[in-house]
Every structure is written in C-alpha cells, then in structure tokens.
Write a protein that binds this ligand. Sequence first.
Ligand code: CP3
Length: 349
Amino acid sequence: MSSAPAPNPAASDLVRAARGLPVSRTPVWFMRQAGRSLPEYRELRAGTKMLEACQDPDLITEITLQPVRRHGVDAAIFFSDIVLPLVVAGVDIEIKPGIGPVIANPVRSVADVDALPELDPDALGFIRTSVGRLVAELGGTPLIGFAGAPFTLATYLIEGGPSKEHARTKAFMHAEPQAWTRLLERLAVSSSVFLRTQVDAGASAVQLFDSWAGVLSAADYAERVLPHSRAVFDGLGDRDVPRIHFGVGTGELLPLIGQAGADVVGVDWRVPLDEAARRVGPGYSLQGNLDPAVLLADRATVDREVRRVVEQGRAARGHIFNLGHGVLPDTDPDVLTHVVELVHELSAR
Ligand code: CP3
C-alpha cells in the first residue's frame, strides 16, 4: 500500500516564493486577515479584551484558523499583537478598541528604559501550546510567526500610544542616543525571544513588522534603527525559515530594509512592485501591495488592481500577494475570498 507524503508547509508556495523558487501559483494572504472584517471573529471576541484573547490558546487557535477556512489563503498568521511580549513581561499596556495600544507609564528617560521588565521565555508556554495546535490543524498550510520591530515598539512605549508624527520618539532618538540604543537593544531581545518561540514550536516563516519605520530618513533609519532590526533576525540563528520584513511608507527605505536579514521585503501600495524590485535589488522576494482601500470599491476596480499587482509582481524573483497594509474593518469578507481566487487564477502555472 502506498500512502501520500504528509503535507509539508516547508514545501508550500508561500515558503518557495519567499526563497525565489518556482511556485504552482502566487501565494496570497492578508495582513490582519484575522480580525474585525470577519463576523465570526467579532462573535468569538465579544466580551473578551484583545490582550486576554491573545493569551488564550483556544481563542488564538480558532481566530487564527478562521480566515484560512473562509478564504483559502496560502498562510495563517498567528493571532497575537506586537505588544504582547511587553505585556507578558509586565509592562502596563491596554489595547483600546478603535485606538490601539495605550501605555500607562510611557518611557521618557534613561531610568524608564532601565526599569522596563525583561521577558522570561518560560512565560510563553501558551504561545508554544497554541502554535503546536495550529501546526497540527494546518497540515500543509504554513503558519507565519511575527514580532514587532524595535523601532515600531519604541514608538508606542515613548508616545504612550498611537501617534501620527512620532515626534517624541524621534526627539528621544536624537536627544538621548545612549538611552535610545539601550531601549532598542532590549526590545530586540524581547522580539527575538517571541519569534524564536513561535519558530521552535513549528511556525514555517516569520514577519517582522516595522510598521512606522517610514517616518524616518534613510540616514537615521540606517544608523539608529536597522542594526536593531537585524539583531532580531540574527536572534533566529540558523533556523531555516524565510524572513519577511515589512513597513508602511518605506519607499525611500526600500534599498536598506532587506539588509536587516530579510528574504522578503514587504511593500505598501505607494510604490509599484516592478519599481520596488528595482529599489530592493536582487536577492529578495517581494510581498504586497494592493491598497486595502481598493477592497471597498466596485468589483471591476478590485479586479483591475489585483491584475496590475500580479503583473507588476512578476518583476520580483518571488512574489507573495498581500495588501499594502492590514485589512480595513469595513471590508466585505467575500471580496477577500474573491481576491484569493482571482490571484490564484491569474497566476496558475
Ligand atoms: O495580521 C493578523 O491578522 C495577525 C494578528 C495581528 C494583530 N496585530 C491583531 C490585532 C498582527 C500581526 C498585529 C500586529 C500589530 N499590532 C501591528 C503591526 C501591523 C500593522 O498593522 O502595521 C501594530 C502596529 C499593532 C498595534 C495595534 N494593535 C494597533 C495599531 C491596533 C489597532 C487598534 C484598533 O482597534 O484599531 C491593534 C489591535 C489589534 N491587533 C486588533 C487585532 C485583530 C484589533 C483589536 C480588536 O479586534 O479588538
């Protein structure tokens, strides 16, 4: 009797595209695919705070699987949040609905940096449990683990919550260079522990979110931020999983952003993928970059824009279709399912 080989996420189109290897069709997933665009998510989350949900293996597993079942995406992304490692370490943070992470005692001095609690890897047992269950459920579909990059985490800690200009963060970076370095070093350690935990429990790829890095000049990014993002990826050692590095508004940073140790550079909607491929240079795959707002438009517009992104993505050595940033809460989930089908149809080899 012969039996089919067990489905292997390490041989999936997502992992292969990330490495620039031939694929059966362009893999697609959506940042924030698990979340408020899904009625089944809203139902499950009712009455549970975001950061409580992120520490409950039953909720983590079910919420992570919901978009995979519904849309047939080519990857699951672990349901959590970039601030979770800080919360587990004991930093007083709340995620307020419609606002985002809010920090009780913002970091404003060297003493505040030194007072930040350290993350104990042993406190992440619920992550190991959840990833283990997910990998068993997902079969050949890869699970993407993720973490926040030190700069983006620092913006929340310093501002005390979400901000547009990140002015306090940039002022701190310039005025307190030693405290800045110490803060980013510490954040790199905690993000690294968070990523390693997910990979060692079975995640098949990782994404480092430096969502707000686009507010920096290329010079400041290269000197004061990039080395700390690199430290996060370096913390993965020789673990053989592809590394995706993403930020919003990074057009000017694209030639640098891969240098942190990425296999894949995530691109928002501002730079077309053929131009992005030129800017990042050879040796990287691309992820992106449909404008999430387009999903709120009519079907003909959605189709036209999906076609354009798939076409322009052919300029990269490998392309993972995604949005340029997260799914907007008002998005009709049926449109997401349609996009998955269309990308697959347009790219079938
Ligand atoms: O992509 C996914 O579906 C995986 C889960 C995920 C969440 N947050 C769940 C979440 C991931 C990868 C994140 C990362 C994250 N969190 C980032 C980087 C990605 C990005 O968007 O650039 C950032 C900056 C955060 C911080 C954060 N958490 C913000 C700004 C918000 C939005 C607040 C709001 O309500 O508008 C959150 C909350 C959050 N994270 C939600 C989800 C599903 C919504 C909370 C809810 O449903 O109550």
